[in-house]
Design a protein around this ligand. Sequence first.
Ligand code: SF4
Length: 431
Amino acid sequence: MPTAAFTTLGCKVNQYETQKILESFEAQGFEIVPFDAPADVYVINTCSVTQSAEAKSRQTVRRAARQNPNAIVVMTGCYAQFTLRRGEKLDEAHLVVPNPDKLRTVEYLLEHFPHFKTALEQARRRGEVPIRRRSRAVLKIQDGCNVYCSFCSIPYTRPVMRSIPYQELLEEARAMVEDGYREIVLTGVLIGDYGAETGSGGPNLTELCAMLSAIEGLERIRISSIEPTLIPDELIDLIAENPKMCPQLHIPLQSGDSRILKAMNRPYDQAFYLDLIRRLRARIPDFGVSTDIMVGFPGEDEQAFQNTCAVVEQVEFCRAHLFRYSPRPGTPAEAMPDHVPDAVKSERIQRLQQVCKESARRYAARFLGKVERVLVESRSKLSGLMTGTSDHYLQVEFAASPTIAGQLVQVRITDLTADGVLGEVVRGGYS
Ligand code: SF4
């Protein structure tokens, strides 16, 4: 049976769309294999949010071509769309699917490379069925952004605010659970804005979470990236009181300096962000917070950078995604004065990585000796141990049989690793 491997660069919306593409390949009969394994088809859902994301997209396409020189390498996503628009060509990409058509990637593939159609038909006749191992599904609930951060091009490309009607979401979530998923991650461009005004059919985000949590068989709901100003008390209460809600949010900080936040057109300052974290942890002790931080925004001086480091130290993020500022054409920040030299950005990224690493270790150390619920995902190639993600978003490694992939298990945290924790499954801790 032909095999296909997938990888995603960029945002959670891209992750959701990759999942949909993957499912359409599965439905055709492709066997899904990890991206670092030899595959007949590699699909790369690319990103163009920064110059570095574009460079990584190119590198990933080349890596796939090197892994199996006989494979068909397919590129889609925002960077792929840019190459089509600019008439550029990457030699290693055999097929470029326009971004608006990305959910039809498998159709493009079968049309351009009909030998896969024949192989799939033969596999079907032999009765071969791909193995499915489900753990976490991503559910896109909203699209569009009207915040207009001065560095970001998304509001220009996705200006229409649209919430997916809740009936459709409940139906999709039930289908995901029937398909074997235990956890659903809610995603969108500005999910805190989910609501009746933009087409939800009634509920806001908190109400939608409550509706989803009533689905039998769904055990965890995780809210992905949510803007700090869009987290109401009622949502905090729901997370505190409903055991299906993960006690963790991804709350973009971008900068810990109020002057830079203002220049970024972010609608909060340092004090607001810190107070939000204080309120979350007062209501839900050890609440997990992951974040995005941009380094080297125009006008970021050493003091502003130090302010960001100070916020990281204070918050103890469980994970932080750092990226360096790069001008996006047509955005207000592109025309701002005092652009930070690349060498300074690189040096600051390195320093901030260290600060994030230390503060993440301090956060993880809070869980030593405690029991965490972990969704088992895969086996680590490096350690040979099973890995999974805990309710608080810790990356946990522990000894167990690979057959438990996709299950939720209770794991006692025993030690810290370079980027996560070690643990042991509690006796009787399988669900
Ligand atoms: S909130 Fe800001 S960074 Fe996020 S998509 Fe909207 S404009 Fe871009």
